[in-house]
Design a protein around this ligand. Structure first.
Ligand code: SAM
Length: 239
């Protein structure tokens, strides 16, 4: 998959391109990342990417022309069909379902805003979708773009070491994940649940499913309601 990030801070992309699961995906060539700096597409002496807002008021607004040219360069890299996604607190909230559908596309262009945001005419003419990562305001779209890159990349085929690990994560089956334990067997007076040491794989699977259901019921009952609407719970889940 090819992802271009249009940003005034290209160095921020190294957080995903160099480290961890996403870094490995880049090294294995399953993920290609490119930062495109709108400053490189300015034509004035000061290489200005922002200007004062019409109508007055605080802050600056990102100018449309350098952004349009940078998005075009991003599309050349990510593919002509790649959706242009503007990370914005006013967008639709990002979730597992959107990550999954984006993981099926061959590429995307992510636009990270700064200042008060970008000129609205640029959004209307060049953006396919606005995506928010939550109801709070960041000082720039880069962290939001990196969240999208990470969440999507780990769903790409072959990116996670164990083939099933994304399948068992929270949200994949509509539930939260079960709790996990590792050595030592006893920690701060608490033992690892005996079933996990039993070697009985069917019993372990049932225990994990029960835990996942219990946690979801306690912490995110809305997920269970959504799951019930989508499908009947299986006989095993009803145990
Ligand atoms: N004036 C804008 C508003 O209130 O809607 C906020 C601008 S914010 C300071 C600068 C940039 O950060 C935005 O253009 C956007 O790219 C990014 N950003 C801020 N919060 C975000 C969020 N919750 N999700 C995604 N991007 C966000």
């Amino acid at each position: 998959m090819r992802i271009a990030m249009v940003t005034l801070f290209p160095e921020m992309l190294s957080m995903v391109s160099d480290l961890g699961v996403t870094g490995r995906a880049v090294r294995d060539d399953r993920l290609q990342l490119r930062a495109v700096n709108p400053r490189d597409y300015t034509t004035d002496r000061h290489r200005s990417v922002d200007d004062r807002p019409y109508g007055g008021g605080p802050g600056m607004v990102m100018r449309p022309e350098p952004l349009a040219a940078a998005l075009e360069a991003g599309r050349e890299f990510a593919g002509e069909a790649a959706p242009v996604i503007y990370l914005s607190p006013q967008g639709r909230k990002f979730d597992h379902e959107r990550a999954k559908s984006l993981a099926e596309t061959p590429g995307m262009v992510l636009l990270a805003g700064r200042y008060e945001g970008v000129d609205e005419r640029l959004v209307r003419s060049a953006v396919d979708e606005e995506v928010s990562i939550g109801d709070y305001v960041l000082s720039g779209g880069e962290l939001a773009a990196l969240v999208v890159v990470d969440a999507v990349a780990r769903l790409l085929p072959g990116v996670l070491g164990h083939e099933d690990s994304a399948e068992e994560d929270s949200f994949a089956q509509g539930l939260l994940d079960c709790p996990h334990f590792t050595r030592p067997e006893q920690y701060k007076g608490e033992d690892v649940p005996a079933v996990l040491l039993s070697g009985d794989h069917a019993a372990i699977r049932r225990w994990r499913l029960k835990q996942a259901l219990g946690r979801t019921w306690e912490r995110r009952p809305d997920l269970l309601e959504a799951l019930e609407k989508r499908r009947e719970l299986t006989a095993e889940e009803q145990l």
